[in-house]
Design a protein around this ligand. Structure first.
Ligand code: HEC
Length: 122
């Protein structure tokens, strides 16, 4: 009987610690800028599937299929051109494999704006 009580106490302490650890986890995503979240989200931009982002430490690119997204404001002085590339990459290159995020409604207009802001800062 004593052993059983000890086990019960151990369980209570154990689960308390698990709950405590879960609560201590910071809500990391809540602090990230929306454009970055959209670009990283596999169901949204999924940009990392094809592009590296060398200046973003937590950008783990699966493939280096597309060119690395770096120095974008220098390479795209006209931000509208950058937005157009993200909205419909087929405009610049009809044979591209980059999905036309705006044209096909993968991202809303507001989401394209946020992703463009994020990419422009890379
Ligand atoms: C399926 C692969 C794929 C995905 C996903 C993808 N791209 Fe691309 N992207 C490419 C390829 C390939 C190119 C090279 C240009 C071309 O094909 O015309 C490119 C080119 C670009 C360029 C022009 C790069 C330069 O150096 O001028 C930008 C900007 C860009 N992509 C942004 C994005 C963003 C932002 C996302 C996510 C919302 C994204 N791409 C998702 C494949 C992809």
């Amino acid at each position: 009987m004593k052993k059983l009580r000890q086990a019960a106490v151990a369980c209570t302490v154990g689960s308390g610690m698990v709950a405590g650890a879960a609560l201590a986890q910071p809500a990391a995503s809540a602090r990230e800028p929306a454009g970055k979240q959209l670009a990283f989200d596999v169901r949204k931009g999924n940009c990392l599937a094809c592009h590296g982002m060398p200046t973003v430490p937590d950008a783990v690119a699966a493939g280096l299929y597309g060119p690395p997204l770096i120095a974008m404001s220098a390479r795209y002085p006209d931000k509208a051109k950058l937005r157009a590339q993200i909205w419909n990459a087929m405009e610049a290159n009809p044979a591209t494999t980059m999905p036309p995020f705006g044209k096909h409604g993968v991202l809303t207009e507001a989401e394209i704006d946020k992703v463009t802001d994020f990419v422009y800062g890379l």
